[in-house]
Design a protein around this ligand. Sequence first.
Ligand code: PGA
Ligand code: ZN
Length: 434
Amino acid sequence: QITNIHGREILDSRGNPTVEAEVTLTETSTGKRFTGCAAVPSGASTGRFEAVELRDAQERYFGLGVQKAVSNINTKIKEALSGRNGLDQQEVDRILMETDGTDNKGNLGANATLAVSLAVARAAAESLNMPLYRYLGGVHTDRMPVPMMNILNGGKHAANTVDFQEFMIMPVSAGSFSEGLRICAEIYHYLKKILVQKGLSTGVGDEGGFAPDLPDARAVLTLIIEAIEKSKYPPGKDVKIALDVASSELYNEKTGMYHFPGESSLKGEEIVRDTSEMITYYEELINEFPIVSIEDGLAEDDWEGWKKLTKRLGGRVQLVGDDLFVTNTKRLEAGMKLNVAGAILVKVNQIGTLSEAMEAVLMAQHHGYKAVISHRSGETEDPFIADLAVAVNAGQIKTGAPCRSDRVAKYNRLLRIEEQLGRNAYYRDPFPTV
Ligand code: PGA
Ligand code: ZN
């Protein structure tokens, strides 16, 4: 039984307020109490169709305070959930949705509903004395995810001239998660050495990847390949590359074109690409570099473009929809009908309850799409998504560089999970045929 719910305002990794909730369950027969606590992340390159993140819009914290969301937890949500069965996550989430009453959590705020939804799951797992991944996923949850590790940041996550948002490495052939993590961390350090040698900045962006000024994607990829080669794990065989272009941020509705401000500033001429030029650009990059996954290659509304992109490149790389699908089963269903993309990026705060996020994963997997569990650029020390990735057998997780404790917390949690799973843990290449 849910006997107490308490929300509070805390800070995220960018120093902006976010919501944390504590939920207490009391065992009716014994009176024993179990508490679960969870914190909500926050994006910078947010999709237009994401659930509403409630912000106070007052002077404090430049309008980003979350006191209203917190107060919704401490009043309306607490009232609606008091006395309910904390072990029935779906019913808890249904009540959260019903109490909100909108399609996009615009009333209570997805930051309020999500904090409570996640905290209920934690408390429930605690009450059953189960690890969270086991509680969420059941018995067959032994698959460790391959990191999609973002080692070079651009776009909205850094103040540099790199226009693509994320350049990630994937240690696909490692024997275990911990080995994959080590390979990635070593490559990260090699990359740092190369940047120092070249006199480039080693300051980091929001997700812990380096953020030097470089002229374009080719220049970045060339440096990354150099770093991978130094590691003795051959690029293209042991270590592959994934991109998150976050192209909705580059798309300009007035011109109908993708604008590259960083590339333009370094090259001294205006660089723009239309949809078909973007697709050709990706094709060239795939031919030159061992790229296995491209996220948000086209804008969130460009369904026609996505159809072409999928037709041309869907057989060669994993095409991931982040802003396109926003962890929303309705948008995913629409996309699957059109046969666009091949994977959904899952960010729990895009939709606002745990059950809905897990439903999106199941729907994707059921239809042969992959699901990649993801952090946000604004994170906290809460490693919930590490457990979630294992629970849903996602096989892939995006959680930044091996730098900044908000990112490392997830990797460290995965190390502990792998240790706990012992010999049952397995790790495998998500794209054995690519
Ligand atoms: P965001 O970025 O959290 O700033 O939206 C992450 C992503 O686009 O994958
Ligand atoms: Zn993205």
